[in-house]
Write a protein that binds this ligand. Structure first.
Ligand code: UDP
Length: 237
């Protein structure tokens, strides 16, 4: 089985780590996620991961109400560093070589983000976890995924969500909602569909970086995408 992609950028939301819990990191869930990631690394695919922080702190959430937005956003970025460390730990526990590089410098804990070093690590078969988002407030980790994806020359951004793709309407509210197998960037804009936030989406579109939205809750989904099978929704240029 020859993978379709040599290098991918996987975006995991912080919420993906919660499992059924209300917040935080669920050990069982994180173990399942890293098993999925390992299955594609074992195919020889180079994997960069951008991890979110929404399970711990979100700059625009009620918990941040009344706070200075930039200050709250830095808290959100710090939360992604915690998630990245948990992810690295879970990866190492199953024998993967994983490095964390952070856009925020916390030198006792993580390496700083250095593009050349990240690429070298990927070439050596290490999974690189990008923490700290973009390092700037007012952005999201989706934008960090688009940015790092473009920087490392990933062929695709794989956005793992709880929903198994992009629908014509919210499938929880509208029983007639249909899932798209494939959709172009232009159609997404035309139909006003939510895929990623506008900044992240625009960056992927400009850089001709396709996005595949899929559900991590479906075992084997990540591997199927990497092998070129239809899974979730592919946003193409
Ligand atoms: N954040 C930020 N700049 C970034 C990335 C993240 O300020 O480049 C902050 C922001 O407050 C955001 C929080 O970190 O709400 C967590 O990131 P995000 O919401 O993207 O996480 P996810 O929804 O993927 O878990």
């Amino acid at each position: 089985m020859k993978p379709k992609y040599k290098r991918i950028l996987l975006k995991l939301s912080g919420e993906a780590l919660m499992g059924a819990d209300a917040y935080g990191i669920n050990r069982q869930t994180i173990t399942e996620i890293v098993d999925e990631v390992k299955s594609v690394v074992d195919l020889g695919v180079q994997v960069g991961v951008v991890i979110g922080g929404g399970n711990i702190f979100r700059g625009v959430a009620p918990a941040a109400t009344g706070m200075d937005r930039a200050q709250a956003d830095y808290m959100g970025m710090l939360a992604t560093v915690m998630n990245a460390l948990a992810l690295q730990d879970a990866m190492r526990a199953i024998g993967m070589m994983a490095r964390v590089q952070s856009a925020l410098i916390i030198e006792q804990v993580v390496e700083p983000y250095i593009r050349g070093r990240a690429i070298r690590g990927l070439e050596q078969g290490r999974t690189i976890i990008f923490a700290g988002g973009t390092g700037n407030p007012f952005f999201t980790t989706d934008t960090a995924a688009a940015l790092r994806g473009a920087e490392i020359g990933a062929e695709i951004v794989l956005k793992a969500t709880k929903v198994d793709g992009i629908y014509s309407a919210d499938p929880k509210k509208d029983p007639h909602a249909v899932r798209y197998d494939r959709i172009s960037f232009d159609e997404v804009i035309l139909k006003n569909l939510a895929v990623m936030d506008a900044t992240a989406f625009a960056l992927c579109r400009d850089q001709k970086l396709p996005i595949n939205v899929f559900s991590l809750l479906k075992p084997g989904a990540l591997k199927r995408i990497v092998l070129g099978e239809q899974e979730g929704t592919l946003v193409y240029c």
